[in-house]
Every structure is written in C-alpha cells, then in structure tokens.
Design a protein around this ligand. Structure first.
Ligand SMILES: [Zn+2]
Length: 273
C-alpha cells in the first residue's frame, strides 16, 4: 500500500494520469494531464513505463512544462524521442533542463533523475491543433522559473506547484513566500473555473482553495513575525506554529521541513495587516 500510485482520471475532454513510486499522499503523487495532442508536464522519470503506456494511446505533439523540477520534467527527453513531441518550457527553465540541476537524495528516490533535454521557449500565448488557447501566467515563489497555464475557453487553470495544499506545513530553503503570495493573487485575477494541481489532481472549489492558501500564509507570516519581534528563536516559532519536525523533515534530510517555511515567513516580513 505504500508503493506504486497508478490511477487514470477523466474530466470532460481532459484526461489525467496519476503516478508515484511511493504512496504517501500528495507529496509523492504526480498528475500529468492530456488535452487532445497536448501533454501538460512530462512526469517523473522513474514512472516512465506508466507514462509511456498513457502517451501510446494518443499522438502527443506538444509537451508543456511549467518548471524544471524533476517530477515535472522527468520524461521530457523520452517523449521527444518516442513521440517526436515538441517540448516547450519557460525560458528560465531551458538551461536547467539542458544542463541539469542539483537533486537531493530523497528527491532521486521519490522521482528519479531526468535525462537532459533541449526544450524550446514556451510562448506567452499559443493555440494547439484542437483549438485550445494556452496562456502562460508567471507564478514564481516555489521556483523562479515556474508558470501556471490558463485556457480561457474551458476555464482551466493548471497550477503546477502553486497550490498543492491550503495549509502547507513544510518549505524549502529556496522558497520565496512573498513571490508565491503575489502569484496566488495573480491567478485569483483570472476567471478560471477548474483548478488542476500537479500533485493533488483536480481541486474542487479551486478558487476558494487558492484563496484559503493565501489567507493561511498571510496569517502564518504575521504570526511568525510577531513571535520573532517578541524575541522567539526560529525553532521556538516553528514548534509553536507548526509543531515538531516529523518524518517528512527527517526523510528529506531537512531540505523540506517546517523551519524552512517559518524562515521564509520571516524573510518575507509581516506584509500588510
Ligand atoms: Zn516543483
């Protein structure tokens, strides 16, 4: 029961494939989406056999990547070879995809290691052969290069790793909370109806879910800064607001842990009241 997530999803004209080597919930599951001949994300490299089965069902012409991380980009080189698919990625992702980037041990275990891939820059707007009009929405914070993908006629928003959960409890050293909160506000300006997360899958009441995350982070940031001003240390604030570090922190070698989220709150400052 702790192994091998493999599930098919269908949401009207959109199909999904949920995969994962481990089955420990949203942090170890990944969802690829397919709209006609367009694949959104390439999925983790260690799930290539499931992804290959999925893409063999229907000709994939284009693969859209939202950022360079290995769970999103892992099979891009395979898809180029197998389907002769065009791989499009944000301009900032291109050197990381072609030259590689550091991947910690736990990430290698969970997702595998991508082969380098030469992708083409994702245009701000483009239309696919089925008539979907894709719009790129910058969404930095989780990663500098991250974007969301919006398709207005269907009301789809593919949020990459912007959402994942309303009440996040872990962070990474590179997280930029101020940017992430601006990105959450930016997508809330869009009249999207359906939210698709790369880890959670389709999110019911997506707009409320994004707003809930923004509200939660606003409150967490204010509380963390107040405690810091009152002289509490980082570890005291972390324990008080998020509890003790747990197995997720330990298994990730403290790359993905509670104190990094609080640190990101303190770096961002209290924000507006
Ligand atoms: Zn990511």
């Amino acid at each position: 029961m702790f192994w091998n997530v493999h599930e098919r999803l269908r949401m009207g004209p959109l199909e999904g494939l949920k995969v994962g080597r481990f089955n420990f919930g949203v942090n170890t599951s990944f969802v690829l989406y397919r709209a006609g001949s367009t694949l959104i994300e390439a999925g983790p490299a260690n799930r290539w056999s499931q992804v290959r089965q999925f893409v063999r069902e229907r000709q994939v012409q284009t693969v859209l990547l939202t950022h360079h991380h290995e769970d999103h980009s892992g099979n891009a080189a395979h898809l180029q070879e197998l389907c002769q698919a065009r791989v499009l990625a944000p301009a900032l992702s291109l050197p990381l995809l072609s030259q590689g980037f550091p991947i910690q041990f736990y990430r290698r275990q969970v997702w595998g290691v991508p082969r380098p891939v030469v992708a083409q820059p994702l245009p701000e707007r483009w239309e696919d052969p089925e008539g979907h009009r894709w719009q790129v929405v910058p969404a930095p914070g989780h990663a500098d290069d991250m974007v969301c993908l919006y398709e207005a006629s269907q009301g789809w928003l593919f949020s990459a790793d912007l959402y994942v959960a309303s009440r996040v409890r872990y962070g990474r050293l590179e997280d930029r909370l101020d940017l992430e909160m601006s990105s959450l506000r930016r997508v809330l300006q869009l009249p999207f109806e359906h939210l698709f997360c790369s880890h959670r899958g389709p999110v019911p009441r997506g707009r409320q879910a994004i707003q809930a995350k923004l509200d939660y982070l606003t409150a967490l940031r204010q509380q963390a800064c107040q405690l810091h001003q009152a002289g509490r240390t980082l570890s005291q604030i972390t324990r008080q607001l998020l509890g003790h570090e747990d197995h997720v922190s330990f298994l990730s070698g403290f790359h993905f842990c509670k104190s990094h989220l609080i640190r990101a709150c303190l770096v961002a400052g209290p924000g507006q009241a």
